[in-house]
Ligand binder design. Structure first.
Ligand SMILES: [Zn+2]
Length: 62
């Protein structure tokens, strides 16, 4: 297995981790209710995914 040539210093590892934490997640509008959701994820507001109801008894208000 390939191994890293050098150990990453604690400062460098911390710098990378905070950058990864700060990087914003992409958001798209839900096709059914319009709420901002993560792409390729079930909508937590209305329970739809790709136009289909996936959660029981939680339909959109519109
Ligand atoms: Zn939705």
């Amino acid at each position: 297995m390939a191994l890293p040539k050098r150990r990453i210093s604690r400062a460098r590892a911390g710098y990378r981790s905070i950058r990864e934490k700060l990087s914003k997640t992409e958001l798209v509008a839900c096709k059914t209710c319009g709420a901002k959701i993560r792409p390729h994820h079930l909508c937590p507001a209305c329970g739809h995914y790709r136009g289909k109801q996936m959660l029981p008894g939680n339909s959109p208000a519109s």
